[in-house]
Design a protein around this ligand. Structure first.
Ligand code: ADP
Ligand code: MG
Length: 738
C-alpha cells in the first residue's frame, strides 16, 4: 500500500463510468495518470483557431464562431440535416448534424466555443460531421470593465489530447475534479535545493498551473518545472538501474586460440570500427562487472560478426552465449550463418543450436539437453529462450539482436537464467539512436557505434513513386522490376498488411513492433501520419495481381508473412535465398537481418504506412551482394503531408543517423522511445528527446548526485514514488496490451 495521493484509483474520484472511459481512451488508472495527461496547447476565447491548413483526417479542437446555421429536409433519406458554418474570421468550416434540430437554437450566429471532431470532406469541402462542441458561457451581465473583458478573452483554455468519446473539455472537467480533491501539499519529487537552484515551482502548484492557468505565464513555468521533473525521474531510475547492474558480479572471460583461429580464417579483414568495437567488448568481458553494451551500426555494417567474436571469447573458457533474435526467421538465419561463419571445425566444437517455440518437440528436447549440459556453447533463439524449461550450464553472455524488439523486462528475464553471476550483455541494433535518446532510454548502456561499412558495398538507390501526382508510374515500377529479374536478380515487394482483414485490425503494425500507428492515433491532433482512408496494399492482393501481370510471365512469386507457420516461412526464405523464387511479396517479417545477396530490388507499397527507421531497415535488405540496390517507395500520400515527408526523408539519404534525427523531428518522441525501449509506446510527456538534450543531461548529473548519496532514495521518498508511478504506468500498459 502507498499513501501517495497520486496513486489513488481514478474511479474513487471521478466515478466508475468516467474512470472506465479514461482507462479505455488513455490507459489511465490513477489520479496521477490523469493529472499527467497534460494539455497539448492552450486556446483563447478571444483568439480563433486558423481554419485554413486543417487537413482531412485530423482530429481537431478549434475555437470558432458560428457564422450561420440552417436546417433542411434530406433529399433521399428520411430526417433532417442541420448545417452550421463556423468561421475563424477568414476561412469557414461546415458542421453537419442529422436529426438534431434542437441544436439550431444554441448554434445561433455569433455563438462562440470549442468545436472538436475529425476533419472529413464532402464534395471537396472540409467538414466536421457530428462534432462535439462546448459553447463559451454567456455572461449574465455584459462585461463593462475592459480589463475584465480582456482577462476573459485571454484566459488560456487547455486543449487536451482527446478522443471522440472524451473531448477536451470533458477531460478538463475530470482534471478539475481531481485537482479539487488533491491535498494542498504534494510531496515534490524534485529535491528542494534543486528546485530552488533552477527556479522551479512546487509540484502541486505546477499541476494547478498547467491545467488551470490564469495566464500564459502560469502554464509556461509549470511546463518547465514538470519537464525537469520528468527528466529527473527518468534519469534517477536509469542511474539506479545502472548502478545495480554494475554492482553485480560477472565471470571474466578472455579470448584466446579459438578467437585467433577464427580471425585468421576470415575471408576478409575486420573494418576499423569492428576492431574498435571488438576491443571495447573484450575489455568489458575481461571485467568482473557485467558488460552492458549497445552496439549500433547500419544494416550490413557487420554487427553479427562482432557478436560472434564476443561469443567465441566466452566459449574459450567453456561459457555459453545466448543470441536472442526478434523473429523465428531471423533466429534460423542466424544459427545457419553462425555455423557457416565458424566453419566445420569450430562449429563441431561449439555446436550452435536453435531453440524456438515452433520447433518439433523432439528437436526441441534435444536442443534443450545440449544447452543444459553445456555441450552447446552458442544458443540462438526467439522469446522461447525465456521459457522455464530452458536452463543453461554456464550462461556467460547474452546477445540481443535488434534491441528495439526487446524490453528491459525481457533482458532481465534472460539475465536471471545465469544464476548467481550476471551474464555479460551485448545489444545490437541497426536503428541508429540519437545521442539524446540513447541517454534517455539507454542511460544504463554503454554505446559503441559502427559507422563504417565493409568495403565493396554497393550503394542503394532510393526513389519515391508518388502515385498521388504520378499515377502512371505504377506500371513503370513493375516494368523496372521485370528488367531486374531479366538479369537473373530477385526482388522484394513489401506490403503494409497481409490481407484486408489484417489491415482493418492493424495486425501487422502491431506485429512489426515498429510503432507506425502514432502515439494514440485517436488522441493525436496532428502528429500522426496524414491518414489515408484507402485500404493499404496487402500481400494477398499484390501476390494475385503480380501473378496476373503480363510483364512478369512465368515468374516464381511467393508470399511471406507472419501468419504462416515457422516452417512455411523458413521454407520460403530458404527457397528465396537459393534463388528458386524470383519475387517475394512480404510483410515486414523480412525487415531485420535477412540476407539474400542476389536480391537487388525492393518495392515498398504504401510506404507511408511504415516508419522512417523501418523503411530504412527494409531498404537494407537489398544491395548486400555487391550488386547495386534499388529501393522504390510507392506512396499515395500527396505532397505536403507528414506521411509523404517521412517517405521523402528516407529516399533522400542513406545515412541512418541523419534519418534518426529527422524521424525524431517528424514524430512524437514517445514513439521513438517506446519503440526503442520495448516495442510499445511509453510515455514521455513533456520531455522531448529531440530538443531537451541539454536538460536531460543536467537531470542526469543531478540524478547521479542523488543516487550516489542516497542509493535507495530513502531520503528522497517523493522521487522514489514518482519512479514507482512511472513503472506502474508502463506495467499497466504492458498488461493492457498483452
Ligand atoms: P549486420 O548484422 O550489421 O547487418 P552482418 O554482420 O550481417 O551485418 O554483415 C553483413 C555481411 O557483411 C555478412 O555477409 C558478413 O559476412 C559481411 N561482413 C562482415 N564484416 C565484414 C568485413 N569486415 N568485410 C567484408 N564483409 C564483412
Ligand atoms: Mg545483423
Amino acid at each position: 500500500m502507498t499513501d501517495d495521493p497520486l496513486a489513488v484509483r481514478l474511479e474513487r474520484v471521478v466515478g466508475g463510468a468516467t474512470a472506465k472511459a479514461f482507462e479505455r481512451a488513455f490507459g489511465h488508472r490513477t489520479i496521477g495518470d490523469l493529472l499527467t495527461h497534460y494539455p497539448r496547447r492552450y486556446a483563447k476565447r478571444g483568439e480563433l483557431t486558423p481554419i485554413q491548413g486543417l487537413r482531412e483526417g485530423e482530429d481537431v479542437t478549434l475555437v470558432a464562431t458560428v457564422q450561420r446555421s440552417s436546417e433542411r429536409r434530406m433529399a433521399n433519406r428520411k430526417g433532417s440535416l442541420l448545417e452550421v458554418t463556423i468561421t475563424d474570421g477568414i476561412g469557414t468550416l461546415a458542421l453537419t448534424f442529422f436529426n438534431q434540430s434542437w441544436r439550431l437554437r444554441e448554434l445561433a450566429p455569433g455563438a462562440r466555443g470549442l468545436f472538436a471532431g475529425k476533419v472529413g470532406s464532402y464534395r471537396g469541402q472540409l467538414q466536421l460531421a457530428h462534432p462535439d462542441y462546448e459553447l463559451f458561457e454567456e455572461r449574465a451581465a455584459p462585461i463593462i470593465d475592459p480589463d475584465e473583458a480582456r482577462a476573459w478573452a485571454d484566459l488560456p483554455i487547455p486543449v487536451y489530447p482527446a478522443t471522440g468519446s472524451l473531448p477536451s473539455w470533458k477531460i478538463a472537467k475530470a482534471v478539475g475534479v481531481a485537482l479539487d480533491v488533491l491535498p494542498a501539499e504534494l510531496p515534490d519529487p524534485v529535491p528542494i535545493e534543486i528546485a530552488a537552484e533552477r527556479g522551479l515551482v512546487p509540484f502541486r502548484d505546477a499541476l494547478e498551473r498547467i491545467h488551470r492557468p490564469r495566464q500564459d505565464a502560469d502554464w509556461r513555468t509549470a511546463r518547465e518545472s514538470l519537464r525537469y521533473q520528468e527528466a529527473l525521474v527518468l534519469q534517477t531510475a536509469l542511474v539506479q538501474r545502472r548502478d545495480r547492474l554494475r554492482a553485480a558480479h560477472a565471470v571474466p572471460r578472455r579470448g584466446g586460440p579459438l578467437l585467433e583461429r577464427f580471425d585468421a580464417a576470415l575471408p576478409f579483414a575486420l573494418t576499423q570500427d569492428q576492431r574498435a568495437a571488438g576491443d571495447a567488448i573484450a575489455a568489458d568481458l575481461a571485467s568482473e562487472r557485467p558488460m552492458n553494451r549497445l552496439v549500433q551500426g547500419e544494416v550490413g555494417s557487420g554487427k553479427t560478426l562482432v557478436a560472434i567474436r564476443a561469443m567465441l571469447a566466452v566459449a574459450e573458457s567453456g561459457g555459453q552465449s545466448a543470441l536472442l533474435a526478434p523473429t523465428e526467421v531471423l533466429a534460423q538465419q542466424h544459427v545457419r550463418s553462425i555455423a557457416r561463419t565458424l566453419g566445420p571445425d569450430l562449429a563441431a566444437r561449439l555446436r550452435p543450436v536453435l531453440v524456438t517455440g515452433r520447433m518439433p518437440a523432439a528437436d526441441r528436447k534435444r536442443a534443450l539437453l545440449a544447452v543444459a549440459s553445456g555441450q552447446s556453447r552458442i544458443v540462438v533463439g526467439t522469446h522461447a529462450l525465456f521459457g522455464e524449461k530452458v536452463s543453461f550450464a554456464d550462461l556467460g553472455l547474452v546477445v540481443v539482436d535488434e534491441q528495439h524488439r526487446f524490453g528491459v523486462e525481457q533482458r532481465d528475464a534472460l539475465r536471471a537464467k545465469a544464476g548467481a553471476a550476471s551474464p555479460h550483455l551485448l545489444v545490437l541494433t541497426a536503428t541508429p539512436i540519437p545521442r539524446t535518446v540513447a541517454m534517455t532510454v539507454f542511460g544504463d548502456l554503454d554505446v559503441t557505434t559502427i559507422a563504417e561499412l565493409p568495403a565493396g558495398r554497393a550503394p542503394i538507390e532510393s526513389f519515391v513513386v508518388p502515385l498521388a501526382e504520378r499515377p502512371a508510374w505504377e506500371a513503370r515500377v513493375w516494368q523496372r522490376m521485370s528488367e531486374e529479374l531479366e538479369q537473373g536478380r530477385q526482388a522484394f515487394v513489401v506490403c503494409p498488411s497481409i490481407d484486408a482483414k489484417a489491415a482493418e485490425e492493424g495486425e501487422d503494425w502491431g506485429q512489426s513492433g515498429s510503432p507506425i500507428p502514432e502515439r494514440g492515433s485517436a488522441a493525436s491532433e496532428s502528429n500522426g501520419p496524414a491518414p489515408d482512408h484507402a485500404a493499404p496494399a496487402t500481400v494477398v492482393d499484390t501476390l494475385a495481381s503480380l501473378e496476373a501481370n503480363p510483364l512478369l510471365p512465368g515468374r516464381r512469386i511467393r508470399a511471406l508473412h507472419g501468419r504462416m507457420t515457422g516452417e512455411e516461412k523458413d521454407d520460403v526464405m530458404a527457397a528465396f535465398a537459393a534463388g528458386a523464387i524470383d519475387v517475394l511479396v512480404a510483410t515486414t517479417v523480412i525487415e531485420v537481418g535477412v540476407d539474400v545477396p542476389n536480391a537487388s530490388m525492393m518495392v515498398v507499397l504504401d510506404a507511408d504506412r511504415f516508419g522512417v527507421s523501418q523503411l530504412h531497415q527494409l531498404r537494407g535488405r537489398v544491395g548486400r551482394g555487391g550488386l547495386p540496390g534499388l529501393a522504390l517507395f510507392v506512396t499515395r500520400a500527396p505532397e505536403g503531408t507528414l506521411a509523404r515527408e517521412r517517405v521523402d526523408a528516407v529516399a533522400s539519404t542513406l545515412d541512418g543517423f541523419v534519418l534518426a534525427e529527422r524521424d525524431l523531428a517528424l514524430r512524437h518522441e514517445g514513439d521513438v522511445l517506446g519503440a526503442a525501449q520495448s516495442g510499445r509506446r511509453s510515455g514521455l510527456k513533456l520531455l522531448s528527446a529531440a530538443t531537451d538534450g541539454e536538460l536531460i543531461a543536467q537531470a542526469r548529473e543531478d540524478a547521479i548526485g542523488i543516487v550516489a548519496e542516497d542509493p535507495d532514495l530513502e531520503r528522497h521518498r517523493a522521487l522514489g514514488e514518482a519512479i514507482v508511478r512511472r513503472i506502474d504506468d508502463e506495467a499497466g500498459e504492458f498488461l493492457t496490451r498483452a
